[in-house]
Design a protein. Sequence first.
Length: 71
Amino acid sequence: MNAAPGGTVLFTSPTFYTNFRWGDYSAVTLDPKAYSITGGTCDAGRRAWIVNEKINSQTIWGSRIGRIGFC
C-alpha cells in the first residue's frame, strides 16, 4: 500500500474555534487531465485538488483551494 507522506500546513484559521459550525464542507478529487498510470510507475504530473471551507471571522466564511502532487 502506498501512502502520501506528511506535509506542510497550508492554512490555519485566523480566529479561534467557537460554537459556530464551520469547516463541514471539504472535497478532494484527482485531476482527470493529470491522472494516468503507466506500467505501475507514478507519473510526474499526477495531482489532486483540495477544497475546504474556512472562516475569516464569526460572520464571514470563504473557501481555500489547493493543489497537491503525488510524485
